[in-house]
Structure formats: structure tokens, C-alpha cells
Write a protein that binds this ligand. Structure first.
Ligand code: NOJ
Ligand code: CA
Length: 590
């Protein structure tokens, strides 16, 4: 992998491969910051982040320069899946505060010009939801049971689950009720849960379920939220008859493969990150989003719906953001693309062609609360982007320097792309995962349901460090943190990076500011012609900026007189010229 042969002093770009829709809605080019409430900032000192903590840190987000905040669930919940098990969709869990705390947080965000997106979890509720409790008390065939996916078992006495589906967190996707008086010859029924047994799947064929969720949307829209991130948006409708399926389900289908010697970038942008089978991506889901689109359209302010749908290829994902459905969908094909120039160009090309075809903005994302942070992922292997489902203490450990270097380069590459970008809390500090959490502090149901085969997602959910060296690195007033932080969080804490030239925080801030002033998000994209086949370099022009990422191991000299706007690492002198070293991205004035 040498890049020297391809060096050019001509960074001229070709014809645009993407032109913006130009309709001006805020979400088309927004940078959206994900707050994972339990790990962002603790206001009351119990070691768990809360809404008061979010309110207290709004200035951090404003100064960083993001446009909007998406909060993972804060609803009433027994917290069996960190709040993705909702017991009451219209109330705040006491762990996180009250509705008044929510209103204060929302008002504080709006005052600062930050929009707020909340998380909607419609595929399943908690087993503590009043509907599920009613269903348990009711008889088979009743209206209460019909809100969920109850079925009789197979085999003599109904002892076998209704089909062979597996839970995404491991183990069977069916749980049987306890026997009780009056059970028929097939015994107690079973209920479906694509995730934990405490997360029963709702029956979206039932009109009452649809009405209820439209009312929930209105509840939060009336309170003033700017949009919804829709959890498991590809899972709500199951294939008729719930047929057996021999395939494997996984939220993220495990590890991203290292490309072979000839990467052969897939033409449809696929990386293997899609979910398949009769429980996913059924045509019936789209009718639900068409109805929700209408609900949002009744409100002012361009409110939006964002699909969390692990489907591939990208042409399938584009179906969720057709003009009368949702507005955005997370681009997990980009997140799972290995650190390889040809594959990066390919996924960018296909992302634009598929989303442009339906008039939707492309999104970009590198980290979230379900995957190993990109600092840790990219620190693992030469080319691959590494495992997604967590790194355990006994697994090969990432190289922290390599990971941070590549992560910063990947971030500058991403933020140079037109469209909408998602950041995950703490990535602006260059945080790695905690990759050596002791098993006895783990909480992710995926760890328990796979018997520890998957480390699970706790490593990317560690409480943020705000004040280096303070108790709990300033996560809250008492120093308590619900998960231990790795030692390196002390030096990566926010206060250690504010105003420090070259810090990851300042790199993000500079890039976000330039993205805004140069109008990159709403601009066109063209590839730099001389580098379009480079095995090591990804180079494109977005608005008035040339973005050049060197993924290879030889320095790439820049044309004489290049004006460097921001760089992910220090530049070097090579062959008498200023050069971009390996795993480094620069933005240049076009
Ligand atoms: C996707 C969420 O992001 C994840 O955290 C959760 O466990 C599952 N959906 C189930 O709700
Ligand atoms: Ca708290």
C-alpha cells in the first residue's frame, strides 16, 4: 500500500456525483449529537446521568457547534435494556427526572438554537407496561393479548416455541407464560420478543397499537420536540404466518470482515450490516411511516423522523425515506465500512445515488451506543473496522494511538461530506471504549443472553469525563459513576481539551464551524479526478473545500501553496513539500 505513485499537484474535481435538494429543511444538513442520558452528566449525584445533567451541559454542545441533540430514551422503564424497554411512553423515569426537568432541558436547548430529537421505541414495550400486564391477566384470543404477539406453542401440549426465531440478544425469541388454572390442552401461550424477554413485541397489525403511537407522537410534538429517532424501524411488521427462519439475527451482524487482498468495493455499498429474515424490512412497515409523516406535517418547524433500520443494501434503506415517509435514516453501511479508500469511496457514491434518488439527505455516522466507538474499532486491525458488539478484557486490545489517529481522520472525512452527520457523546473528546470492563459490572442484556460470548455494549456507554482527575472525572457531584471509567478518561476529559490547540475537541469545533461557514452540509460533492482510483487516498471537493484523507502508509505531498483549513494530525515535510502522513485527513481551500 504505497501512495507515492499517485501524487498529483492537481486537485481539480470532476462532475458532481451529488447535488443537494435545496429545499432548506434544517435536518437536511444538520449535525446531530447523540446524548445517552445515563452516561452524559449526572445532576443529582447518584452516579447515573439525568436530564438536569443534560441541561447543565447545553453550553458544551452549543460551543461544540452542533445543530441538534438526539436523546436516547428517558421514559419510565425498569431499565432492563437501559430504557429501550418503555413502561410509560408519556412520562420520565424518576432516574432521569420529571416532565418539568424535560421541559426545562427543551427550553434551554431551544434558547440556544439547538433542536431536540427524542427516541421512540415502537417495536416493543417493557413487560411492565400496563398493556402487557393486562395481556398477562387476560385470556388467549382476548383484545388485550392481541396488542402483542402471543401464540400457542407447537408440538404436544404446545411445549415448543411457535417458531424457531432467535432473540437479537441471544437465546430464543419466545417466552412461555407460567401455567395457570384454565389453560387449554395447548397449555400457556408464548409471546414474541425480538430482544430481551422483558421487551415483548407489539402487534402492529392491531389498529389500537397504531392509534396509541400516533397519540404518543402528538404528546411529544405538543411539548415541542423537533423530531423522533425511531428504534428498530425495520422490525415492526413480521412476515405473515411467522415462518421459521434458519438465518441468524444480530443487531449488527457481528464483525466487519477485513477485505481480502483485492477489496473489490461492493457496488451496492453493502458491508454485511443488514438484518434479514421474516422479522425485518417487511413491506408493511412503510404504511406506518406514511401515517406518521402526516402527523408530523400537521406541526410547524419541519419536524423529522429518523429511522434506525439495519437494512442493506442502501437501496432498501432508501425506501424508509421516500418523500412521504421518514426524513432520514442512519447510514450503518458507512459506519461498518472498513478503513479502506476504495470501499469508502464506494459507500459514499452509493449513499448519494440511493438517497438522492428519493430526494432524502444522506446521513453519516461512525459511533453510537450500540457499537464499539470508532477510536477503539479502528485501533484494532490494519484495514478492518473491527468488531461491533463490544470488546472484552480477554479479547485482543486496540492500539490506542492508532485508533485515535484513524478516528480523527475518519471524523474529518465524515464531517466533510454533504448531508447530515451524527456524533455520539464523547467522540468529540476522542474517547475509546472501556475495553476491559470486569464482567461483574456489565449490564447489557446481550452479554447475559449470549452467556458472555458477546461482551455487549457497556464499553461504549461509560460515563463521560468532564473534569480530568476529579472524582469520577467530574461526571457528577459525588464522583459516582454507574460504570467504571478507564484510566485514560482523566487526560481526555473535556476540561483538559477546551482551548488546547490540536485537541480532539478543538478539531471537532473547528471542523463544525467550517462545515457551517463553508456550507458543506448543503453543498455538492465531486471526486478529485486525479485520485479517484487511488488505493490509499479518498479526495473530494465539497462546497469550497477539498477533503483529502490518506488511508495508506506513505505521505501524500500537497500542491504548493495549499491552504490547510484543518487537519486531523500534524502534517510532515516529504520530498520537499508539506505532506499528509498516513491515517490523516486535511481540509484545503479549493
Ligand atoms: C436499538 C437500540 O439502539 C438498542 O440500544 C436497543 O437495545 C434495541 N434497539 C432494542 O430496543
Ligand atoms: Ca443522576
Amino acid at each position: 500500500m504505497t501512495s507515492t505513485a499517485l501524487i498529483t499537484d492537481d486537485l481539480t474535481a470532476g462532475a458532481p456525483v451529488h447535488a443537494p435538494a435545496g429545499t432548506g429543511e434544517w435536518w437536511r444538513d444538520a449535525v446531530i449529537y447523540q446524548v445517552y442520558p445515563r452516561s452524559f452528566a449526572d445532576g443529582n449525584g447518584d452516579g447515573i446521568g439525568d436530564l438536569a445533567g443534560v441541561t447543565a451541559k447545553l453550553d458544551h454542545l452549543k460551543a461544540l457547534g452542533v445543530d441538534a441533540v438526539w436523546l436516547s430514551p428517558f421514559y419510565r422503564s425498569p431499565q432492563k435494556d437501559a430504557g429501550y424497554d418503555v413502561a410509560d411512553y408519556r412520562d420520565i423515569d424518576p432516574l432521569f427526572g420529571t416532565l418539568a426537568d424535560f421541559d426545562e432541558m427543551l427550553a434551554g436547548a431551544h434558547e440556544r438554537g439547538l433542536r431536540i430529537i427524542v427516541d421512540l421505541v415502537p417495536n416493543h414495550s417493557s413487560d411492565q407496561h400496563v398493556w402487557f400486564q393486562e395481556a398477562l391477566a387476560a385470556a388467549p384470543g382476548s383484545a388485550a393479548r392481541d396488542r402483542y404477539m402471543f401464540r400457542d406453542g407447537r408440538g404436544p401440549g404446545g411445549d415448543e416455541p411457535p417458531n424457531n426465531w432467535q432473540s437479537i440478544f441471544g437465546g430464543p425469541a419466545w417466552t412461555r407464560l407460567a401455567p395457570r388454572d384454565g389453560d387449554g390442552p395447548l397449555g400457556p401461550q408464548w409471546y414474541l420478543h425480538l430482544f430481551d424477554s422483558s421487551q415483548p413485541d407489539l402487534n402492529w397489525e392491531n389498529p389500537e397499537v397504531r392509534e396509541e403511537f400516533e397519540a404518543v407522537l402528538r404528546f411529544w410534538l405538543d411539548r415541542g420536540v423537533d423530531g423522533f429517532r425511531v428504534d428498530v424501524a425495520h422490525g415492526m411488521i413480521k412476515a405473515p404466518g411467522l415462518p421459521d427462519w434458519e438465518g441468524q439475527v444480530a443487531m449488527v451482524e457481528g464483525t466487519v470482515e477485513e477485505p481480502t487482498s483485492n477489496p473489490g468495493a461492493p457496488e451496492d455499498g453493502s458491508t454485511g450490516a443488514g438484518n434479514h429474515g421474516p422479522m425485518f424490512d417487511q413491506d408493511g412497515v412503510h404504511e406506518i411511516y406514511r401515517a406518521w409523516h402526516q402527523v408530523l406535517a400537521e406541526y410547524d418547524g419541519d419536524r423529522c423522523l429518523v429511522a434506525e433500520a439495519w437494512v442493506e443494501p442502501l437501496s432498501r434503506l432508501a425506501r424508509y425515506v421516500r418523500p412521504d415517509e421518514m426524513h432520514q435514516a442512519f447510514n450503518f453501511s458507512f459506519l461498518t465500512t472498513p478503513w479502506d479508500a476504495a470501499r469508502m469511496r464506494s459507500v459514499v457514491d452509493v449513499s448519494f445515488s440511493t438517497m438522492d434518488a428519493v430526494g432524502a439527505p444522506t446521513t453519516w455516522v461512525l459511533s453510537n451506543h450500540d457499537v464499539v466507538r470508532h477510536v477503539s474499532r479502528l485501533g484494532l486491525a490494519e484495514v478492518a473496522s473491527g468488531p461491533l458488539n463490544g470488546i472484552g478484557a480477554n479479547d485482543p486490545q486496540p492500539d490506542p494511538e492508532l485508533g485515535l489517529r484513524r478516528a480523527r481522520a475518519a471524523t474529518l472525512l465524515m464531517l466533510g461530506l454533504p448531508g447530515s452527520a451524527y456524533l455520539y457523546q464523547g467522540e468529540e473528546l476522542g474517547l475509546p471504549d472501556h475495553t476491559a470492563l470486569p464482567d461483574d459490572v456489565r449490564q447489557d442484556p446481550a452479554f447475559f443472553r449470549t452467556g458472555g460470548v458477546e461482551a455487549g455494549r457497556d464499553g461504549c456507554r461509560v460515563p463521560l469525563p468532564w473534569v480530568g482527575g476529579a472524582p469520577g472525572n467530574g461526571f457528577g457531584p459525588t464522583g459516582k459513576t454507574w460504570l467504571p471509567q478507564p484510566a485514560v478518561y482523566a487526560e481526555l476529559a473535556a476540561d483538559q481539551q477546551y482551548g488546547v490547540e490540536g485537541s480532539t475537541y478543538e478539531m471537532y469545533r473547528t471542523a463544525l464551524q467550517l462545515r457551517r461557514t463553508e456550507k458543506i452540509g448543503g453543498g455538492a460533492l465531486s471526486w478529485v479526478t486525479s485520485l479517484v482510483d487511488s488505493p490509499d487516498v479518498v479526495a473530494f471537493q465539497a462546497a469550497g473545500v477539498v477533503v483529502l484523507a490518506n488511508l495508506g502508509d506513505s505521505p501524500v505531498p500537497l500542491p504548493a501553496g495549499s491552504e490547510v483549513l484543518v487537519a486531523s494530525g500534524e502534517l510532515v515535510t516529504w520530498a520537499g513539500a508539506v505532506a499528509v502522513p498516513e491515517d490523516t485527513t486535511v481540509w484545503l481551500r479549493a
